[in-house]
Write a protein that binds this ligand. Structure first.
Ligand code: SF4
Ligand code: SF4
Length: 126
């Protein structure tokens, strides 16, 4: 399912490179994903932020700077998105070592500030 969002912090640039209107973007999102909470609310795994663009960790491990992060995973049982770099980092780094995966998962949790609340000001508009 496709949704449209506006990110006030991600402004378009005009042809003369001046900051203009907030960027309107279309993102793919699972139809059962929870509604996005307001900025600062508890993260519920809606996936909007990571569907819009990869965070620095996502850029580093997937090599992509735009579009939905390849490490974003939908969990059917929990009906929410999770960060693949937290749940199974070895999958994205080509590693198959339990303890190393656990250590990398802990590092990823710190780097993405997991559990510290929603840091996305994006608003779904349809
Ligand atoms: S940080 Fe916000 S936008 Fe990102 S998954 Fe959590 S609730 Fe959704
Ligand atoms: S938090 Fe995880 S899934 Fe989201 S953009 Fe960053 S690396 Fe990708």
């Amino acid at each position: 399912m496709l949704r449209s969002l506006i990110s006030p912090s991600a402004r378009c640039k005009n042809s003369d490179n001046r900051i203009g209107m907030p960027a309107l973007q279309t993102i793919p999102i699972h139809p059962d994903a929870p509604d996005k909470p307001a900025w600062g609310g508890a993260c519920n795994g809606c996936g909007v932020c990571c569907a819009a663009e990869p965070c620095p960790v996502g850029v580093l491990v997937t090599g992509r700077r735009r579009g939905t992060c390849r490490a974003l995973q939908w969990h059917d049982t929990d009906r929410r998105y999770v960060c693949g770099m937290v749940s199974s980092p070895g999958r994205y780094l080509g590693l198959d070592h339990h303890w190393l995966n656990m250590a990398l998962s802990a590092v990823a949790r710190r780097l993405i500030s997991a559990g510290s609340g929603c840091d996305s000001d994006a608003e779904l508009v349809d």
